[in-house]
Design a protein around this ligand. Structure first.
Ligand code: NAD
Length: 252
């Protein structure tokens, strides 16, 4: 792991680290990723269809299954793991500018990050949103209605279709959120991209954006990513080993 020592030196010297995370950082918390070797879509390509906005809005039966699946989804009971805590320690040492995450699980905040420092590119499962009037409320309120017998609970205000406050395929990302992520990338001295195939855009663009301003780019993942050509250090292996090592070696 000689690369990890060199990379830790960059992190130690940095005061504006940006972390970009993907689903791979949460697999050790029991939440499967999509495209890894054991990913949901790798095992069941049909699951990708269920994640599209067009299908969710048009198909009431699909929504009923989605609400039932939410009731016992590991996303809602998962706890942060050593990788999340390693990044939270960077924030405690005041070295962290932002966490930009593609994840919707809220585990960075649960590990102790100030929610204002976590940029959730793809939203969060912990809130619901009405497609008709934009009403946003804690997901638990909606799940309680499902538990009480409503198979596909509609918006109490406008009667519209309610979904989780995540970005489905076919749905536009929120411009302000993307801007915040790109601004963070432009102001970092080190970018650590961890647990992402870096194949989903515009999230993956954080990597070349950081590189373009001269930041050191560290990519940590279990397999090659779509952005490896931009990496100053490629840390290949299990994140639960790599990230705590990287961040503790980086302690000033
Ligand atoms: P991805 O599924 O495309 O890629 C995850 C990567 O992490 C893979 O390359 C895999 O090999 C690697 N990986 C998985 N576990 C690992 C481990 N323990 N150690 C090292 N590497 C590991 O994920 P993505 O790039 O984030 O894109 C998936 C999309 O799906 C995102 O847009 C996200 O919104 C969504 N998603 C989120 C969650 C979540 O919130 N936890 C879970 C699944 C999917």
């Amino acid at each position: 792991m000689s690369d990890v020592h060199e990379a830790a030196g960059w992190v130690r010297a940095a005061s504006r680290v940006v972390v970009l995370t993907g689903a791979g950082i949460s697999t050790d918390s029991g939440i499967p990723d999509f495209r890894g070797p054991n990913g949901l879509w790798t095992r069941n390509p049909d699951a990708e269809k269920a994640s599209t906005l067009q299908h969710y809005l048009a198909d009431g039966e699909l929504r009923k299954r989605a609400w039932q699946n939410r009731l016992d989804a590991p996303l809602f009971s998962a706890r942060p793991n050593a990788s999340h805590f390693a990044f939270a320690a960077l924030e405690e040492r005041e070295q962290l500018l932002a966490v930009v995450t593609q994840n919707v699980d809220g585990l960075h905040q649960a590990a102790g990050h100030d929610p204002r420092n976590v940029i959730e590119l793809h939203g969060t499962v912990h809130f619901s949103r009405c497609w008709g009037c934009n009403d946003r409320r804690p997901m638990e309120q909606m799940l309680n209605r499902v538990r009480a017998g409503e198979a596909d609970p509609e918006c109490e205000i406008c009667g519209g279709v309610v979904k989780s406050d995540t970005i489905l395929f076919g749905q536009n990302l929120v411009a302000d959120v993307i801007d915040a992520a790109m601004t963070a990338a432009e102001h970092c001295d080190v970018l650590i991209a961890a647990g992402s195939s870096l194949s989903v855009f515009p999230a993956a663009n954080v990597v070349p954006r950081a590189k373009s301003v001269g930041a050191k780019v560290i990519i940590a993942n279990g397999e090659p990513t779509g952005m490896d050509r931009f990496a100053d250090a490629l840390l290949l292996g299990q994140l639960a080993e790599i990230l705590p090592t990287l961040c503790s070696l980086a302690t000033p």
